[in-house]
Design a protein around this ligand. Sequence first.
Ligand code: ATP
Length: 291
Amino acid sequence: MPTEPISRLARAKLNLALHVTGQRADGYHLIESLVAFADFGDEITVAHSDEDSFVVSGHFASWVPIDGSNLVLAARDLVRKLLPGTNTPPVRIALNKRLPVASGVGGGSSDAAATIKALLALWGAQIDAEELARAAVSLGADLPMCLVGRPLVARGIGDEVEPLRSFPAVHAVLVNPGAQISTPEIFKALEKRDNAALPKWTEANDTFAVAQALADMRNDLQQAAMALCPAIGDVLDALRSNGAELARMSGSGATCFGLFDNFGPAVAAADVISKMQPGWFVEPCLIRGTD
Ligand code: ATP
């Protein structure tokens, strides 16, 4: 068992496209989503300790619960449950909350996935990937995709994950206007739930090709979210007028992403937008490719 603390990045999850294609009898919506992960996110650090503890720091610390309802603690308890008979001694878990909360970038699910990976490393334990993904759905439908953490297509209620063979790294800027959005409320507000399927992903080598392919796809939640939170429209305008090849909302919002053909233009756009709107969350990042 390692004695040093172990840290893992809980990457922002970006729904580059999200099609709502139906609804199950139990009310859950069926989706088809092209998902990728940023090199920016929360940080989870786990360390051996005399007793279990949990601390939260970072810009968005006050937005998350610190009791058992935090997905980090639910993830710790799940790992212990999946490792009966294995030595899983007390841990101190620290969460550096850098991602906006309830904002469509899957912060809670990504924190849970990073916690699972960090604890398995700390305890020197392994769980079969399929068994882990199946069990982790109990924490949220986005857990399997966050455990993969690479470009993928998700289907079903988001829990059926197919990693992509080839996807380029792409520069992006994430922008949130400071609004929290309730995912169930957005789904409830949808006027249409049987939209066209996600087109098959074909190879794309650079930002332009990715933006072109994404232009034929949609986020079917975007219109409903904009009706509830008009600031999303301002965010998309700001990204487009500052050079984004494509700008779209992620998940149920309100975080949007803009795609840029290089690091320089992304940083320049982020700079202009954050000066224009000092209250917004603005973060240039690299979307991780398959390489
Ligand atoms: P998704 O894109 O999967 O819908 P989201 O980005 O909209 O997710 P999260 O940031 O994951 O939403 O937060 C959803 C809810 O989960 C919040 O209301 C929050 O109180 C709760 N929550 C529990 N643990 C966490 C955590 N570690 N980080 C963020 N939210 C958490």
